[in-house]
Design a protein around this ligand. Structure first.
Ligand code: HEC
Length: 236
């Protein structure tokens, strides 16, 4: 009889330790979630959503550079023979350039080993099947961070951004927008871009996008490369 309270005490202590362990894991993943901010600029946790970097969904146990719908892997990563697990990810986020010289993941790395452990603890959940939904539901990161920094939707911009004419003359581009405004830009300040995603400009409606601190830097974004080639006349 006297053994019972002892067993009960041991059970309670064991349960307590379990809870403490779970709480500790929770805190670790929470800190890791904060560190994941560094990755969300270039990656989505949603399957099939590729930004500057490939989607990180369902990463565990997969060989590096094998997503068939991501066409921008470097040969360096393809030839690396890495399989993604906690050890390889821990090394990768320390310094991708050291692990795979020549990779285009231009991330300077996380020096602090504890921060890397925390991030790997978060990724353990986030890169598992349905991980994006789980980490959002558990309040670890906001939905927007799980989606990643998807560029602005250019398919429905106002008439002040929709371009109707672009000329190149001398050292400048002369741009007219759908509201009738005309702008001269120094050619050095203009970036010509293509966005072929569904969020890109509509066909035949290139978009003027202002950027930069000073406000004189602009991007002109086309729906396709063919449109870029055909849309700019050399005319003074
Ligand atoms: C500046 C953009 C950028 C940032 C920031 C970034 N990545 Fe990447 N990541 C990339 C690119 C680009 C690749 C593809 C590299 C290649 O092919 O060499 C990549 C590849 C990867 C891969 C391999 C994917 C595969 O399919 O094999 C993993 C894993 C990864 N990144 C994780 C992370 C994590 C975790 C973070 C945050 C600590 C992060 N990345 C931050 C751009 C970025």
């Amino acid at each position: 009889m006297s053994k019972l309270p002892l067993i009960a005490t041991v059970l309670i202590l064991a349960a307590g330790a379990d809870v403490a362990l779970a709480q500790d894991m929770d805190k670790t993943a929470k800190r890791g979630a904060a560190a994941y901010r560094l990755c969300a600029a270039c990656h989505s946790l949603h399957p099939g959503v590729h930004l500057s970097g490939p989607s990180l969904a369902d990463m565990w146990g997969r060989r590096a550079a094998t997503l068939s719908d991501f066409g921008r892997y470097t040969d360096a990563l393809k030839k690396s023979d890495i399989v993604w697990d906690e050890t390889t990810l821990y090394a990768w986020i320390a310094d991708p350039q050291v692990m795979v010289p020549g990779t285009t993941m231009t991330f300077r790395g996380i020096e602090n080993g504890k921060t890397r452990e925390d991030l790997v603890a978060f990724l353990r959940l986030a890169l598992a099947p349905n991980g994006a939904a789980k980490v959002v539901k558990e309040g670890l990161i906001p939905a927007g961070m799980a989606r990643g920094q998807i560029p602005a939707d250019l398919s429905s911009v106002g008439s002040n951004q929709r371009i109707t004419e672009i000329r190149h003359c001398g050292d400048g581009y002369h741009v007219t927008t759908a509201d009738g405004a005309k702008f001269p830009f120094w050619e050095t300040n203009v970036r010509l871009k293509v966005d072929t995603s569904p969020r890109g400009p509509r066909s035949g409606e290139p978009v003027l996008h202002r950027s930069g601190m000073v406000g004189d830097r602009v991007s002109i974004i086309f729906s396709s490369l063919a449109e870029l080639r055909q849309s700019i006349a050399e005319k003074c």
